[in-house]
Design a protein around this ligand. Sequence first.
Ligand SMILES: [Fe+2]
Length: 567
Amino acid sequence: MALKNTPVITLGIHDGHNAGAALIRDGEVLSAISEERLNNIKNFSGVPALAIKKVFEIANVQPGDVSSIAIASLLRLDDPMKVEGNKLHFLAENIAPLMHQKWFIKNSVFILHKFRKIKGITQVLNELGIGDKKIYFIEHHLTHAACAYYQRPWDDKTLILTLDGMGDGLSATVNIGTGFNIQRIAQTSFYDSIGNNLYSEITAFLGMKRWEHEYKIMGLAPYGRYEGVIDSLKKAIRVNPEKPLEFENISGHYLKKMQLFYQKALAGQRFDNIAAGTQKLFEELVLEWVKNSIKETKIKKLVCAGGSFLNVKLNKLIRELNEVSDVFFYPAAEDGGTAVGAAMEGYYRYCQNNKTKAKKINITNVYYGQSFSSDEIEEFIKSKKLRFAKKVTSDQVAKLLSEGKIIARFSGRDEWGPRALGNRSIMADPRNMSVIRKINFAIKMRDFWMPFAPAVLEEDQSRYFKKSRFAPYMVEAFDTKKDAEKEIIAGLHPYDLTGRPQIVNHWNPGWQEIIRSFKKITGVGGLLNTSFNLHGYPLVGSLETALWTFRNSGLDGLLIEDWLIEK
Ligand SMILES: [Fe+2]
């Protein structure tokens, strides 16, 4: 039993799509990192051996001090691209009508959980000398719910919504959170998934990678017209009229057969109109589900997690609903975030089992990854013979940006989640439309229709955005104000001029200082911010990768803490 003042430290592990590890102490995240940042393989799926070891190193915690270990998901979910066409999929396609039955999900998850392999994880735990610690398996949608709910920025009773492609047989849940208790009141099966059957299947239908390129459909949607497409899509999925807190697949198909369904339903339609129809129907149905959930529970404060809540346009509409009094979107909403969710739930279970009073810590910044000391950086610069590297001030960096230079910033600890929040970011003058072309073609090989984002000072947010609020994680979109939009035009969606900003405050003083310096020179309270990586790679995670990326791109400069390397 834990003594009263002994800290309770929990290790969270996620070994599926975008694997990672997290360490929390008494409900506070000490460290968390995705394996992709350490092995440079985007969305790495498998045992996060490097991340598990790294979270101890970052937090300066001895593995032996861990109280318990929590593994996300009862079933390990592999990258669907790898398993597509296998026997399991063939089976799934052909027993489709069974798959939304509650008994089927419960029993199949129960049976398959018995076969869950954790040999690779236990091997790493044994190497750390903690193979004998208590292990909790936390159900997938509960991990999503836990990371959003336990760290919510208020203490009141809360409606918890989770929504994703699938995990542990489910794709959406509605829950009521009170104190340290999460009570599930509704769930949607994986067969009825709106994320998979609508969004991901259309992503694949348009020739892109499902489970990775859904954001491209969202970016493309404003260019198209949904009117001629949406009725065909409505034949695939709806909110269940009998059970209004659940979605329902009405196509009768799944996986490959779903593709055949769309081939017929969407024959002759233009790709941008298909994207528009998909986004529109997705918004309509999810909003209906959200409103039904509020009506049923009479709770107006929401927290949301699960990959579908990375859809910033959907999040904007949820935030704007009259029925919603406040909403928090967990920044690492996708499966990568479940290492924290598992650790959170594992922590509260451990406290319950050991009669220890649990603590709640509200979320602030999410810089949970590793940083590099000034000695390490100087040593690196020396070893690479970077003779022209020089120390610079934020004013000097801002001046270069105002002259049209594009500079990557590698500073402080990695961001948790998919968004670059200033520490692994590429920055540029947001007034300057020519930087878009340069970043798209010379640096990131991005699709031409994809928007960038602005990082805007907290004190300037209301100057640029309508109905603005403190949105520090880049997971919500806002409409812009006409008179100021030209100042950050390169950081907005080029067609509808919405923005998904990072609102910057003292949580990241170095980043804030560069933007403030830029404002002194230009009067503009923001910068264009995009993730520091090449197309197809994860956000850069090491000094070595940062330098490699700089050298293999059209970047003008690389800023490592206050060291600037120019071409
Ligand atoms: Fe998920």
